[in-house]
Write a new protein. Structure first.
Length: 282
């Protein structure tokens, strides 16, 4: 088979066909896929049936070491790098995510290093709702006024989980104390392979964020303005899942959102964190 990359008619994303998931990628194939991710920010695979857990691990490990989720109660037995994203538990594994909307965010680890890539695929889907949307934060950065680009170029943001969360139950973690760390990350992320810059105001639903060196009010105002800029519809790609679909994307140059779906229906996906180039401020 020959691997082909077809750009989606969207602000980001490409569909990849021709991968033999039963074997490792050749060096040329890996270079092709890495370039596709760097250019399109996310690549999608339409598989007739879902990959096996072994195939998921084999694919993801070719892009970097896997970082098991801190939500250890959702890890699949025998596959600590894969966690269950679902509104249902199964075989002693607690699903994460529920059925309500999960608003715009990127995935953070509060103990470095930073997660550079994410993988997600669909095993079981509701009859309606549950779409995943991505934001093109490279395009959002390019669309900023030059004055704003200069202002934010060297700023960093200190993140931690917001106060009042039940770390053990909400995050499906056996050790809630493992989530009480914090980290400092560049507000403008740079892909070291391409030099492309993205603006990353990652003030998603669970984070407390503060721009280092600014007052509380100035920090909140700047992040709010950038968040509202980035979440404009012109930067959004919506993916309507089919069972067997897989997605692999750059965590540091996108944000994603999960749309709600009926709570009486079942949605099951698998999620993998992949380490890559870490932020120099961590």
């Amino acid at each position: 088979m020959t691997i082909t990359v077809h750009r989606l008619d969207a602000v980001l994303g490409a569909e990849v066909t021709g991968i033999d998931f039963d074997r490792l990628l050749t060096s040329d194939e890996k270079i092709l896929l890495q370039r596709a991710i760097d250019e399109h920010l996310a690549i999608m695979f339409h598989n007739d049936t879902p990959l096996s857990n072994d195939q998921v691990v084999q694919l993801c490990e070719q892009f970097g070491p896997l970082r098991p989720t801190l939500a250890d109660k959702s890890r699949l037995p025998g596959y600590p790098g894969i966690n269950r994203v679902s509104n249902r538990d199964a075989n002693g594994v607690i699903g994460t995510g529920g059925s309500d909307v999960v608003t715009w965010h990127s995935d953070l680890s509060f103990t470095p290093p930073l997660i550079e890539f994410l993988y997600l695929d669909a095993l079981e889907l509701p009859t309606n709702g549950g779409d995943t949307k991505w934001l093109n934060l490279v395009a959002a950065h390019d669309d900023l006024p030059d004055e704003t680009k200069q202002r934010i170029a060297h700023l960093t943001v200190r993140y931690r989980l917001r106060d009042g969360l039940d770390f053990n139950n909400y995050f499906k973690a056996s050790d809630g104390e493992s989530l009480r760390d914090e980290t400092e990350i560049s507000l403008v992320q740079t892909n070291p392979r391409t030099g492309r810059k993205s603006v990353w105001p990652n003030i998603g639903p669970d984070f407390s964020a503060h721009v280092v060196g600014l007052s509380d009010d100035d920090s909140a105002l700047l992040l709010k303005e950038l968040y509202e800029h980035c979440t404009q519809e012109k930067f959004v790609y919506r993916h309507r899942w089919r069972v067997g679909d897989s997605a692999l994307w750059i965590n540091t140059q996108t944000m994603h959102e999960r749309e709600p779906f009926p709570a009486d229906q079942v949605r099951v996906l698998r999620h993998v964190n992949i380490l890559g180039v870490a932020d120099p401020h961590q």
